[in-house]
Ligand binder design. Structure first.
Ligand SMILES: Nc1nc2c(ncn2[C@@H]2O[C@H](COP(=O)(O)OP(=O)(O)OP(=O)(O)O)[C@@H](O)[C@H]2O)c(=O)[nH]1
Ligand SMILES: [Mg+2]
Length: 206
């Protein structure tokens, strides 16, 4: 049972990079079938969160400039579950074609991965929910996939602001009763909130 902090960290430290794929069709048959993924606008902190969860600094590539992750990156944890880092959406500075292609890649991944047991959708707590997030949530719900929301970068905002964002997310989630599961809060500098996300992922393996 990996319920303690140390056991959880040990579990997630048993990670390895499986590959980077530019299409869902290119993903080979994987040994570990169970999968969860991280989705969100560009720069929201998906790759940084994967590094914080796995306690492995450079496992997923991060960057100050949006648009860093451009393919489907798969990491296997302890032969039990795959964590998937996806490209971000909503980044205005790439060409329209590129943006559309990345969106198609994300949507295709969500629709086609039958083994996808949980989607973590990240929202920057300073920026809050954007229309592109609501479109993505609608799509996830349409695909009948279970998802949780993670409000990221909570170190950048006040407690009061986090409470307001929390309320706004919870209120929107009334529309997704069948697919919405939980809300988490995170920051990757001091690792606040990371344990709860680790526990949630560990539970998927049981
Ligand atoms: N203050 C603060 N900055 C963060 C946090 N998490 C990530 N960042 C920063 O946000 C920027 C983007 O992080 P990434 O993890 O690369 O974001 P991403 O969502 O993977 O971005 P794309 O791959 O471009 O979609 C980097 O400069 C990170 O250092 C956090 O919890 N707090
Ligand atoms: Mg990234």
């Amino acid at each position: 049972m990996a319920s303690s902090n140390k056991n959880l960290n040990n579990f997630f430290l048993k990670n390895k990079f499986l590959g980077s794929y530019e299409s869902t069709a290119y993903i080979p048959e994987l040994v570990v079938k169970k999968e969860c993924c991280f989705i969100g606008r560009s720069n929201v902190g998906k790759s940084s969160l994967i590094n914080a969860i796995t306690k492995t600094k450079k496992l997923a590539k991060t960057s100050k400039t949006p648009g860093r992750t451009q393919s489907i990156n798969i990491f296997e944890i302890d032969n039990k579950i795959n964590l998937v880092d996806l490209p971000g959406y909503g980044f205005a500075k790439v060409s329209k074609i590129k943006r559309e292609n990345l969106m198609l890649l994300i949507e295709d991944y969500i629709k086609k991965r039958n083994n996808l047991s949980h989607i973590y959708l990240l929202i920057d707590s300073k920026i809050g929910l954007k229309n592109s997030d609501i479109d993505m949530i609608d799509y996830i719900n349409y695909c009948k996939k279970i998802f949780s929301i993670i409000l990221t970068k909570i170190d950048k905002v006040s407690k009061n602001h986090i409470n307001l964002q929390n309320k706004s997310v919870i209120s929107l989630m009334k529309n997704y009763k069948k697919t919405f599961k939980n809300i988490y809060f995170s920051e990757t500098k001091k690792n606040n909130g990371i344990i709860d996300i680790q526990k949630s992922i560990y539970k998927l393996t049981e």
